[in-house]
Design a protein around this ligand. Structure first.
Ligand code: PMP
Length: 450
């Protein structure tokens, strides 16, 4: 029935929903880090439904928790108290430092970021929000203003009050190339911390200052950034950039929003939240994707003071805090702990980064290998000297070949030139060896084609 499903897709689903691959996969089943298509072929899933399968497809412990809750209570909305929401609120907020102890549950990352912007604006009584070019924060009309990727925007006014500053990309940014980032693989393969390195960071900060001067009346509502840019192409900033940016924003009366939609829930290995590696404490944190291993749920965590600024109005959503979602979210937190997934993310992620760096030595079309834990980017270029993005046709050939050999990888970057590797955190070293062998074979084929 593959052809039939494809027809339904074309006739009955919006064409604005893109599919991956020339021949899209028809997935019938998933098990942990594996996907199975309609012909029973198995794929190692290095993209996890866009960084969302955090603990593994159909994880047995999560299934038991979901089934238990499905037999007990499905839905009440927040007008009633129910145990699973309140148990979850305690568990999730325990993972945050003071004063981040107030939880608001939503249904998607876009909705969470919408709410974060609203909170920032209500709390500061200012309007302007600053974001980094290349970031992605959602597809709602409000968050589209933050999404500094033109491809996702429509020819409608949705950027009002949102100002994208330069992206401090250590590889492709205009002052990039030689400075320190928080990854087992450095751009120059050595940690520099040289005056050059600090100078580049200082220049990015200068750009941010200039941007702040364009805001009216030079008071701003907030600043939003991912800890590592996801869709933007696993972009890492120079060390200390976010810390200094937070200081600047706060000096102008703004609040700092950490978008942890991709980097949260142990993904980056060394810490549970991505912002922790930047030595900062945000005022508002948004999360989604991996929060419930694919079940629709998202959240905003902030301080009581900021949350209370919404009290002059009622902010309502029907499904937020759904009992089944909360039971699943709670089980996901247990599984991350019990299965040691943060440790696994760090160990297997570092192993993979170092293996990919070896491929970079072999293949001149790998320009950069970066990331932390299981948030990995491989930037493809025409050659390492010029750093020119590899044209999409070439990137796609490698990507299709990987799929044919049983490995599903994500893509991103402003030119579609970055492979994104963000698998379920249960992935093993053996899986990485398989993925590296496949990737290497696909790169070899591409070099032969050139
Ligand atoms: N923030 C980030 C960093 C994201 O990657 C995404 C989704 N790709 C969102 C927000 C929006 O989340 P959602 O698609 O659940 O609305």
């Amino acid at each position: 029935p593959y052809e039939q499903v494809l027809k339904i897709r074309q006739r009955n689903l919006s064409a604005s929903l893109i599919t991956y691959y020339k021949k899209p996969l028809l997935i019938h089943q998933g098990h942990m880090q594996w996907l199975f298509d309609s012909e029973g072929r198995r794929y190692l899933d290095l993209f996890g439904g866009i960084v969302t399968i955090s603990v593994g497809q159909c994880h047995p412990k999560v299934m038991v928790a979901a089934q238990k809750q499905l037999g007990r209570l499905w839905h009440t909305t927040n007008i009633h108290l129910h145990p699973s929401l309140h148990e979850y609120a305690v568990k999730l907020t325990a993972l945050f430092p003071e004063p981040l102890k107030v939880l608001y549950l939503t249904n998607s990352g876009s909705e969470a970021n919408d709410l974060a912007m609203l909170m920032a604006r209500c709390y500061t009584q200012s309007f302007d929000i600053i974001n980094l070019r290349g970031g992605y924060h959602g597809s709602s009309p409000y968050t589209l203003g933050l999404t500094a990727v033109g491809l996702y925007k429509y020819a409608i006014a949705n950027s009002f009050g949102c100002h994208a500053t330069i992206c401090p990309d250590v590889y492709r940014g205009i002052w990039g190339g030689s400075h320190c980032r928080d990854s087992p693989v450095q751009t120059t393969r050595k940690c520099c911390c040289s005056p050059d390195c600090c100078e580049a960071k200082d220049r990015y900060i200068e750009q941010l200052k200039e941007m702040l001067n364009t805001c009216v009346p030079r008071r701003i509502a907030g600043f939003i950034a991912e800890s590592i840019q996801g869709l933007g192409g696993v972009v890492q900033y120079p060390k200390e950039f976010l810390k200094e940016a937070y200081q600047l924003i706060r000096a102008r009366g703004g609040v700092c929003i950490a978008d942890e939609v991709q980097t949260g829930f142990a993904r980056t290995g060394s810490h549970f939240w991505g912002f922790q590696s930047h030595d900062i404490i945000p005022d508002i944190v948004t999360m989604a994707k991996g929060i419930a291993n694919g079940f629709p749920m998202a959240a905003v965590v902030t301080s009581k003071e900021i949350s209370d600024s919404l009290n002059h109005a009622m902010h309502f959503n029907t499904f937020g805090g759904n009992p089944v979602a909360c039971a699943i979210g709670s089980a996901v937190l247990d599984v991350i702990e019990e299965d040691g997934l943060q440790r696994n993310s760090e160990a297997v992620g570092t192993y993979m980064l170092l293996e990919l760096a070896k491929l970079q030595d072999k293949f001149n079309i790998i320009g950069d290998v970066r990331g932390k834990g299981l948030m990995i980017g491989v930037e493809m270029v025409t050659d390492q000297e010029s750093r020119k993005p590899l044209p999409p046709e070439e990137v796609n050939l490698i990507w299709e070949d990987c799929k044919e050999m049983g490995v599903v990888i994500g893509k991103g970057g402003l030119y579609g030139q970055v492979f994104r590797i963000k698998p379920p955190m249960c992935i093993t070293v053996e899986d990485v060896d398989f993925a590296i062998a496949v990737f290497s074979a696909a790169l070899t084929r591409q070099m032969e084609r050139r």
